[in-house]
Design a protein around this ligand. Sequence first.
Ligand SMILES: [Ca+2]
Ligand SMILES: [Ca+2]
Ligand SMILES: [Ca+2]
Ligand SMILES: [Ca+2]
Length: 435
Amino acid sequence: MTGEWRQGGSRALMAAIGIVGVGLSAGAILARSAAPDIPAAAARAVSAAPSPSPRERALGASAEARPTPGAEIHFKKTVLDREFRSEGVAVADVNRDGRLDVIAGNLWYEAPNWTPHEIAPLEQYDRAKEYSKSFLNFAFDVNNDGWPDEIVIGFPGKAAVWRENPRGASGHWTEHPIWRSACNESPAFAPLWRGGPPVLVFAYDDSYMAWFEPGAAPADPFTCHTISEAKAASTNHFSHGLGVGDINGDGRPDIITTKGYWAAPEDPRKSSGPWTFVPAALGPDSAEMYAYDVNGDGLPDVLASSAHNKGVWWYEQVRKGDGRTEFVQHLIDDSFSQSHGLAMADINGDGVNDLVTGKRFWAHGPTGDVEPNAPAVLYWFELQRKGGQVTWQKHLIDDSSGVGLQVIVADMNGDKRPDIVVANKNGVFVFQQVR
Ligand SMILES: [Ca+2]
Ligand SMILES: [Ca+2]
Ligand SMILES: [Ca+2]
Ligand SMILES: [Ca+2]
């Protein structure tokens, strides 16, 4: 684990941005300004993957010619923590040494040895009976000082805060307000206009959907841009399912819920008043939601997973003769429950986005939800389009970790192969992709 995690800060950052940019994956990274220069030696690529086993060769030989068949991809698990710290997680180069670190609740773990450092005083949580105070995390340079800060979304409906990176100084990070109430269980952090920075998207006061950007001073709450009428869809603190992505194909990222989507105006910064809401049946309670043209017919489709029950789905956008749009639900998998975190990213590098999700272990404790005590699985689903047919190859990554309210996909070691980071009631984990 020594030099293996070495990497160029700016390169890793760009790789991470690329992944997030493609997938609009939850839990984006990143500093506003470039990472510091790093020595060339530290920026060199990591050594090649080990030779494939005979079984892998056999599988590869029978697969279509692609960059890397999914069956040849494996993940090396590293346990950063066995304690329940957070159900959100983020990655960023916290100490600006050129290596991506992991942020989970009140701790950050310093690469390459994952040395834990306190962001705030540690708290103990009983994973059978309690939630943490950290449901989702994002890393972003909120105060534009070149150092990535931590955004913490707490218990649904409670206040959201950000914590200021102390720029190498010791001690806890100074906490600042974001907004009094973050509703919906899957707040998003993604750009809302082309070339823009990621912004927070969540509902507030059990009534309004909105997006938020940093205020004028660190002590100010974020500036709230309300985009809905009062009592809008999916705005309860326990509402499930939210995402950002272009559904109507006009190139502008829309705000997606299970009840439909708000179509983004030309420039959300100049828009006042509600966005147009387009009702659509996009399934039961979900987690992160994404827009992506799954079947390659030119119409964006929607990806979602069941927060507390079973199901991973894609919703095919179909244009009717009369101009109406319908979304047809297609099941990807229903073999496990509580897929309360969903990431979209191209895991195998074939240019087609894949999905990563798994079981949020004990989402409602050891007796709640469906099959709460089944193994805490983590899967990636490899999207293939063969002869116009969509298939999803299911690949088990691990069966004793799962997901939290997020799954992060990021190239942690700079080898251009996306890795996976998770924090939940089982601990904090990094899964390094090896081929
Ligand atoms: Ca670092
Ligand atoms: Ca900062
Ligand atoms: Ca499509
Ligand atoms: Ca792929």
